[in-house]
Design a binder for this molecule. Sequence first.
Ligand SMILES: [Zn+2]
Length: 251
Amino acid sequence: MRIYLFSARNLKRNMVLAAVPVLAAAAFTSVLTRQPAVVVPTLTEHSGIVYRVKTEEPVAALTFDISWGEKVPPPVLDILDREAVKCTFFLSGPWAVKHPEIARRIADDGHEVGSHGWRHENYSTFSDAVIKEEIAKAHRALKETTGRTPALIRTPNGDWNERVVKAISEAGYRAIQWSVDSLDWKDIGAKASTKRVLDQAGPGAIILMHASDSAEQTPDSLPGVIQGLKEKGYQLVTVSELLKHGRGVAE
Ligand SMILES: [Zn+2]
């Protein structure tokens, strides 16, 4: 089950297989009730869980998760300000409540506010109802502290399965993963982290970074990441903006 969960290819195949009886039932129901059949996602729609955006254009999104601390976020915001780059920040609810002035600055600086949920625990261990409660609790906190209405979530630890994604979309959110992991959370060194991102980033990439105090090296690696991507001709945008450039895909 574990392996199955993390294989995008298997997941896709199973989702297609799972869709067959659902579609058949929907078609049958619509005949009986003369109601239009359920809306089937088309190939132009974003996946419920997005790892990257399919595009040929040189666009990418830097994303930052924050769940604790107050030392790393301000220098990160200063660098983004200096480089005139807008990003997506996934903020945990309790962090925003504890640091409302930093949360507010993120929004005021023009960055996109996403949710990193409430408790930093794996959603696959929660019931659907609890997942929705966690999301709603964080949603209220982020709305109060930032004045924004988040619609994107990065689940704690990036943990998910099909049921989690369904509960998330029923809560009005889209789950955002990443296609490039800076490994800044592993403290691999600023230079190594910058090189990793520059080597792996491609068109439509979603780049995972952290601005929690545990990711002390982020302010050191970030300028190189931004400059390197700019030199390669990349335009850096928020995740919502990136999703306008192509289909968000789960692979
Ligand atoms: Zn996290």
